[in-house]
Design a protein around this ligand. Sequence first.
Ligand code: ATP
Ligand code: MG
Length: 597
Amino acid sequence: MMNTLREVPNDAVIASHQLMLRSGMIKKLGNGLYSYMPIGLRSLRKVENIIREELNAAGLLEMKPTVIQPGELWKESGRWDKMGDEMLKPRNRGGQDMVVSPTAEEAFTALVRDTLTSYKQYPVILYQINTKYRDEIRPRYGVMRGREFIMMDAYSFDANQESLNQSYDKCAAAYRKIFKRMGLSTISVKADTGAMGGSGSEEFMVESEVGDDTLILCPKCGYAANVEKAACATETPLDSNGKPQVKTDLPIEQVATPNVFSIEDMEKFFNAKSTTFLKALIYKVYNCAIDLSGTEAYKNAKTVTEGGVKYIPETFFCVVIRGDLDVNEVKLAALLKASGAELAEADDVLRLSGAPHGFVGPVGIKIPVIADLSTQEMHDCIAGSGKEGYHIKHVEPKRDYTPFMYADVRTVKPGDKCCECGAELYTKKGNELGHIFKLGDKYTKSMNVTYLDENGKAVTPLMGCYGIGVDRTLASIIEEHHDDNGIVWTMSCAPFQVAIVPVKYDGQMKEVADKLYDELSARGIEVLLDDRNERPGVKFKDMDLIGIPLRLVVGEKNLPNIELKIRSESDNQLVPEGEIVQKVEEIIKSEMEKLRA
Ligand code: ATP
Ligand code: MG
């Protein structure tokens, strides 16, 4: 059942999506829903098996919970509402809330709750390779971001922090082996630990032009972080003449600025550099779980307690940052232990700051001010006044307003200085293949998991979670290994290792092709025999497109020699029929070893 295509639909813009469709690996069933056809499934299983082998070798245990899970578990953990619209929540015939698993912290935690009751049973790392569903707003790039996909997700359960660190390191090491065996060049970066809390997180990225992630990298010391997490050195703020800013004793002075809206307008109007401006922005923050009880604005705030955590479903902050910089919303949300942060709507901005966007300022504002570290040493600044059509000069940050806290919420840009070594940072676009994460007691606490320690005392275990997107990994191998003619599979993930192409599947050529097929198969080699009644050129083109690493052409005029062509090389060679099986076996072995090394 082979069905290669010449044309692909317009929405297939990246190489892997086009090649997976053209080679007949996948077919679209609906938006973000792809079926794997026989040849595609073979490679998908190879990817799964490499993951499985390496995780088993590292001592992880595979199991398979259900894909459909009781909604109850998600209410217990506090994620029933927080997961948002990505989580598909069907009801069963009894009217009970169900979930189509988008991830499985809850399911695994619930399983462990009844199973691991004594310290003697720890540590354990469990995993599954199973279907996930996420109702992505914009599924794209084929299986790179689908709605239904396969994920390997692992969960470690440890008795203490030291043990969690070991489990985490074990998974990180297994990940490196996994991606290496597939022929993937990955970069591991520090990642956001977000509302999930937790202490450590790394993402395994592949470089990609269409990557959804921005990586911040240091050329000197190797610092690597997702922009959602990246920090940089805080530089001394400079005045408009490039000198360090100096404190002023002048009082705040109000200036009418009727047509000044943007930072550029301000630079012109004041004839000053944006490094001397305090940019103030009002953010709406969702499910903020930090303690705000000391602040005036939160005396009467509504709070919700879910999963043992108290949070405010919707709240507002004023974020102040140096005028030439931008706020990173993911960093801001992580700081506030929130599930998200976004710029507030115009009416909220006016209500809370007294002025429309552009004239908002930190002086006199009633909501808590989060001051970015970039403003810490700023002096004699220009800021919004909190009144439409006016700005203020000579603002002294600590004198004129008191931040609720100073924190790092800026978006790091290329050219900023590395926080570790001071070198200039640069960026790359990346795609996340895998993620490892120290969760701590977030789920075990909210879902009441305990074990009895040596003294019979109930203790809450610690968790880690670890995910790899199987489909996205498969597509990424194609992204890294293809040419103008099609896929160039690595030996470890090819649907077949060898393709036998008889120029004509007839007479002596058929006999030799069949014999080769049997001999190679008998040695455990995966062979595709192209027995179609097509012109040789068509068959060669198809085999190139499908990307099988070794091609054996059985042609009348070459017999008793067989033509051997390696997909990744341009030349072919003639090998006597009697030696070809051994030759093929050697190449496969050496290729597989190279990937393992
Ligand atoms: P992203 O930022 O790309 O949406 P995520 O942070 O939601 O990823 P995780 O929850 O960490 O992803 O899931 C683990 C892995 O599952 C990801 O590293 C990725 O490889 C894969 N994955 C996530 N969403 C999808 C999807 N819609 N389609 C295919 N693979 C996915
Ligand atoms: Mg996602």
